[in-house]
Design a protein around this ligand. Structure first.
Ligand code: IMP
Ligand code: MG
Length: 185
């Protein structure tokens, strides 16, 4: 497999088979947890799209999908945490059972902002499902109800996660070579 790795990638961290197996388990758990309800998956563009569509196929419930996009900025001192909505949801979530789908929770700033914003719109319930969790770098405490994988402190790409908008289409998760990703992480 490493012989077919794209330039810039160091090694495969999570294989496509591991991803599929884990998503299948999570889909079954979500199906059971939300039995009798209609679920709305809210995806954060663009990173979560690949995970959301894979997960949705393993959820056996009446299901709706909506998306929002965010922009995050660092200030001059490099402090993270300034987030705004660049594209809002198409529909109201009032009274709905919402599962927010993230690609990765790192410092937690993005998720905290999203939860505050969505909670203010009076959903019936609001939970979080993330493909990857890098718990070791958490700065603000945020609830994560479902996660596929906890990952070490390395910059990763694939299955929706990008480096300069590239690599999202990989069917696996790979660690970037350090020199490539240092500026972004
Ligand atoms: P947080 O606000 O620090 O939790 O940032 C999470 C966001 O940072 C994610 O939604 C990603 O867009 C980006 N991000 C964090 N770590 C990585 C990574 O390893 N690869 C690609 N994007 C990442
Ligand atoms: Mg993201």
């Amino acid at each position: 497999m490493s012989s077919s790795l794209l330039p810039g990638l160091e090694r495969v961290l999570i294989t496509g088979e591991q991803i599929d197996e884990r998503i299948r388990q999570l889909g079954a758990q979500i199906t059971s947890d939300y039995q009798g309800k209609t679920l709305k998956l809210v995806g954060v563009l663009k990173g979560s799209v690949f995970f959301l569509t894979a997960l949705a196929r393993y959820i056996e419930l009446p299901l709706k999908v909506d998306f929002l996009a965010i922009s995050s900025f660092s200030n001059r001192s490099g402090a993270p945490g300034v987030v705004r909505i660049a594209k809002d949801l198409d529909e109201s979530i009032e009274g709905e059972d919402v599962l927010l789908i993230e690609d990765i929770v790192d410092t937690g700033f993005t998720l905290r902002y999203l939860l505050q914003t969505l909670a203010g719109r009076a959903p019936n319930s609001l939970s979080v499902c993330t493909f990857l969790d890098r718990n070791s770098r958490r700065i603000v405490q945020v609830p994560v109800h479902y996660r596929c994988f906890d990952i070490p402190d390395r910059f990763v790409v694939g299955f929706g996660l990008d480096y300069n908008q590239l690599y999202r289409n990989l069917g696996y998760v790979a660690v970037m070579k350090p020199d490539k990703s240092a500026a972004n992480h």
